[in-house]
Ligand binder design. Sequence first.
Ligand SMILES: [Zn+2]
Length: 100
Amino acid sequence: MKISCEHCGAVIDTDKDKKCTNCGAPYSSNKEYRDVRDNRKKNTDYDFREREADIRTKELSNQIIEKTLNAQKAFKIFPIIFLIVFIIAIIIIISVMSKF
Ligand SMILES: [Zn+2]
């Protein structure tokens, strides 16, 4: 990253230079350098939170898909249960009717 030297105003490339190439002043206490560094840290934190939120969203959507699939399975079982109850009801009705 590029910052300007607080002592002479020259541009320092922090990726290449350990100190100002013009006047030799160190930039570790440079306000601009610290601000950018802090911002980078904040951005990293933000990325991390975003990724975490992303994972949570995926987990939630997976849960919804799973619940939907389970509901579909239950919906497939439901007619069979209904049919069994219907047959039992008919048997009961027939047995009651046959007594008369
Ligand atoms: Zn300088």
